[in-house]
Design a protein around this ligand. Structure first.
Ligand code: ATP
Ligand code: MG
Length: 422
């Protein structure tokens, strides 16, 4: 894509929500636009990254056996009354209609998915079953202050599983943990499985997936010697204690919760009177689990975990463009035309092998400004074609996470990019 056609512009102005790194960098680089506190529009660059995260999440949930669907965000009050959550969930947005009725704007979807699955599942033979969706959620958060980490409107993947035995539920729960770790690793994040209490929607023990960063809202106690970690809200251990798993000294840290998995037991199936006929015809209890990932929060967590003083440093898998190609004008207009033609040709060749390039073709912008924009936007690889690079034999190559530039021959560059991105 040609940068000159990108309608968003980078900005030097620090936004008002500047205390959070993700809000500052995502806004200045033109990935998101804050509409009001906790509510962001996703702009072309931001949406490309969000879609990549979405694809990774979808692939991993499909691999786990989840069936994708799309539930409603506008939900009947009756369902929330049935689960006794209409008055107890403090973040629930309640929408009055001109008909006098009221609706919930979904902060989660147990109240919708449970009766849906109930209407199709008759016997134990129809289970186990896992369904999921990737959908906008709404929560009336009091403190929406951490950029896209805590929104009033945000994108979430929510999966729900139904089982006829506790053993079967637990086996699936363990598989979901592994799928979650794979998902976060593919997004370039090292997430820690953390023991926690059930949060706003459940009283049971659950597991959170925490990305350690100083920007995290959650206080953690964790072990550097093994994988033990607890959220301090429920912790049975504290900083300085011996790790119950390996004996090393526990330390305090901070994390961003990017995912959360819960044992719901019969909390929702009971409310809707959902049971199935077992092999002997007797009514059988159902064991339910739910599994969330905050996709927009995940993008923010990646920025918090991977940036420097100049901008975002995207992992290769989720960068909006893999290559940031810069063509620089020369004083000689014929040479400038040649540089632009060579850059366009490289852009096309890269596109032909599936590599996404943002080509900064702007004629009236100084080199320093183009380099600053490339660093802010954060593509993993910067390529420059200029009078200087051509004199040195081809293309200047600089990796976003590195410091040194090198020269690569025009004929070799595509293969080198392929190897770099593989
Ligand atoms: P938190 O503890 O951060 O308030 P939660 O435990 O209430 O979140 P869940 O109901 O488990 O969150 O939601 C699943 C996932 O959705 C969370 O792990 C998180 O990644 C994301 N999420 C939750 N609330 C928000 C929010 N207000 N803005 C953005 N993402 C959110
Ligand atoms: Mg939580």
């Amino acid at each position: 894509m040609r940068y000159s056609q990108l309608f968003t512009k980078t900005s030097k102005t620090v936004p008002s929500d500047a205390e959070s790194v993700n809000a500052r960098l995502l806004t200045q680089a033109g990935f998101v636009d804050q509409v009001m506190a906790g509510v962001y529009s996703w702009l072309p660059l931001g949406l490309r990254t969000l879609r990549k995260v979405e694809t990774i999440v979808r692939e991993e949930m499909n691999r786990l056996g989840g069936q994708e669907l799309l539930l409603t965000a506008l939900q009947p009050k009756e369902n929330w009354m049935k689960t006794e959550r209409w008055d107890s969930v403090d973040v629930l947005f309640k929408i009055p209609s001109q008909t006098g009725k009221e609706y919930a704007l979904g902060p989660t979807a147990e109240d919708i998915v449970t009766p849906l699955v109930q209407s199709f599942v008759r016997s134990y033979k129809d289970l186990p079953l896992a369904v999921y969706q990737i959908q906008t959620k709404f929560r009336d958060e009091l403190r929406a202050k951490s950029g896209v980490l805590r929104g009033r409107e945000f994108l979430m993947k929510d999966m729900y599983s139904f089982h006829t035995s506790r053993e079967d539920f637990e086996a699936f729960y363990e598989k979901a943990k592994i799928a979650y770790l794979a998902t976060f690793a593919r997004c370039g994040l090292n997430a820690k499985v953390t023991e926690s209490s059930g949060g706003a929607f459940s009283k049971k023990i659950s597991h959170e997936f925490q990305v350690e960063t100083p920007a995290g809202e959650d206080a953690l106690v964790l072990c550097r010697g093994c994988s033990f970690a607890q959220n301090t809200e429920i912790a049975t251990t504290k900083e300085g204690d011996a790790c119950p798993t390996c004996g090393a000294v526990l330390v305090a840290s901070k994390g961003i919760e990017v995912g959360n998995i819960f044992d719901l037991s019969d909390r929702f199936t009971k409310a809707f009177g959902f049971s199935v006929a077992g092999p002997d015809g007797e009514k059988q209890e159902i064991f339910m689990g739910c599994y969330g990932i905050g996709l927009t929060r995940l993008v923010g967590a990646i920025v918090e975990a991977s940036h420097d003083e100049r901008g975002i440093v995207w992992p290769k898998t989720v960068a909006p463009f893999q290559v940031h190609l810069i063509s620089l004008s020369s004083k000689d207009s014929a040479l400038t035309a040649d540089i632009l033609a060579k850059a366009d040709a490289l852009d096309r060749t890269l596109a032909a092998v599936g590599i996404e390039t943002l080509h900064d073709d702007r004629a009236d912008v100084r080199a320093g400004e183009k380099f600053a924009d490339a660093d802010l936007i954060g593509a993993p690889l910067r390529l420059v074609i200029s009078e200087k690079s051509l004199a040195a034999g081809g293309v200047e190559w600089k990796e976003r996470s590195g410091t040194d530039a090198k020269s690569v021959g025009m004929d070799a560059v595509v293969d080198e990019v392929k190897t770099f991105l593989a």
